[in-house]
Design a protein around this ligand. Sequence first.
Ligand code: SF4
Length: 271
Amino acid sequence: MHFLSELNLVTSIDNLEYYEIFNSLSLIKINRESEITLLNASVSDFADSLGFCEYKIPLSLKGVRPKPSPALIQGTKAHKQEEIFEAEHVELEPVTIEQIEDKEEDIEFARENIHSTLIMPFEFPNENVLVTLSGRIDKILRSDETLIVQDDKFTGRPKDYDSKTQPYASQLLQVLTYLNSSFSTKRSKNPDDFFELPHSQKKWQIRICDRKTREPYKIFSGFQDSFELYYLHSSLERFATLSLGIKEPAHHNSQNKCNACNLKSFCDFRI
Ligand code: SF4
């Protein structure tokens, strides 16, 4: 039964999900209203530009969207397969509002079922800005009063991580953003749909998984501390100043990054 589901899934991805993946690659949007500037982006836009290359911001603002790479398509397939596997093998019960509000209650949400929204205001000399970052969380749970966000990275070459002792900056920014967001069970801008998960501490987990087996190969994890919170806040502020043209992007001067970049063919700053 499980085997059939996987086959159906792969076929449907090959036929039409390429276009869904392409359309899901969002763009950074700025909307200047009379008193406030609204800056909207996905969590991955934010994490990728601040954690990988700041020159992605002006390209996104110009409407440049990369074609889904084979690695992204394979990763999306692996995520879907994990979702199906969990649906077939794990029995999840509905949770009540009372359970959500009780921080002593252990809760685990189904994979890919929770949307995140982080809203952060900034006052700059010439404008007030509201940054909104939207995303969807691979896995979120509360255990022993700890809010845990887990993000899975599926890679064809997990051994590349053998020598790494820390996750990449973009991976860390992504989970920190989720950990400091409001949550909802649907994609929504209505604050009434948002809920919080009371907790005593926050923990992130980044699982580097083998794309073939979908098994975790290496896990980075940590409890959010004040340094990470400062890192997130200063990155959000820099993201806003770069997006609004208040500051210029800084170049990483890494040819390896440009060679690996999905926007290389569109970028005048590639090296
Ligand atoms: S090609 Fe290089 S400079 Fe341009 S966006 Fe990509 S990583 Fe940045």
